[in-house]
Write a protein that binds this ligand. Sequence first.
Ligand code: MG
Length: 457
Amino acid sequence: MSTPKHLFGTNGIRGLVNKELTPEMAIRIGNAIGTFFKRGELIVGYDARTSGPMLTRAVMAGLNSTGCNVLLAGMAPTPALQYAVKKHKADGGVIVTASHNPPEYNGIKVIWNDGIEISHEQETEIERIYYGEKASLADWKAIGTTRELPGIIDEYVDGVKKNVNAKAIIRKHYHILIDGANSVGSLTGPRLARELGCKVTTINANIDGTFPGRPPEPRPENLGDLATTVKAVGADLGVAYDGDADRSIFVDEKGNIIMGDQTFALVAKYFLMDNPGEKIVTPLSSSTMIQDIADEYNGQVVWTKIGSVTVAQRMKELKAKLGGEENGGIFYGPHQSVRDGAMSTALILNLMARTGSKLSALVGELPEYFIEKTKIDCKEEQKQKVLEKLTEQNRGLKTNTLDGIKIWFKDKGSILIRPSGTEPIYRLYAEAKTNKRTKQLIKEYSSQLQAIIKKLK
Ligand code: MG
């Protein structure tokens, strides 16, 4: 069986450095990207990984050889590079990052001239050039140039501040604890918070590409130090970024880790108070809490497939101003329609200043849900058939089949059942108003799924 050739996953190109992603490949990827952009001027940056400079030089050589001019912005968060692309009216951008993956990984994200990651269709075009060896190298006289582009961090932090009531935040003198994941969030988060009048305490804020402090994925199990330190130093707020600082997870003043869904629901609530009738774009993996908030504050939820590229592209299509994901990604259109860790930080400080409430109190006002997850083994070749059967069996219920199947029940329970893109399993995510109902949904649909798989054998 011939496997389809893909460079791009759900979130750019990713791989183990010097195994799945080598400098030789990075040159050819640079060639393909340069050919895709038909030369032009691209801004290039990288996160704090040890392999960053090496792979970046390779990508730049690849771009230059096709005639692309490179503006090298240096080490920066993904959203800062995205902001720079728009601000400097570049033709696009490339950031060498593996986001939340462990330090031995790296990756490449490609940015369009509006600062948003390119669409999956555009990724396919780059793959065609790469695998078809269709890159067009320039004549020696037309080889691209490289020069440095300093100052994008300053411009980005200024841009973020413009989208909140900085004066009101400054007056509060908040104490914030920032966990920079030893990566690029450390370049922007503390700086932004200081400029917003905060007293800043940091952990894991020294740049170190081996990520000695914690794994760069801001999951609750990796944020124990943040949670306990917030309490120990008496901070008003804690925030942790992922490896490229496009996602942020918050901790309240009591040391409770706030789920990404809750942060997004809070931002959506106040956004809708100011902008009634607006659309809120979010993947099917998000909580029904988002729907509840939209219903209460006169908003309209637009559900999408899972993946930040899809959310950003859908926002662009609909000219929607707010998007969000349960993993801590908030897309704030008035700034830029991309996930943005520093913007999210400023938005939360803004809400605290605006309401005069502590974060725990703000979160306490949100609708409450319980969640439960599980996975069921399912062979790759059976996945499609299983989904068809499952959809058939649940006809008549309120469902959405954009990405696997999501079923909503009258009691506000819901379940999302979707095949994994990388493993031979189905993932089940249930949510309900009581713990008991959540467990019952998982049990019921696990057996439904298992019965279907057994029958197919
Ligand atoms: Mg990321």
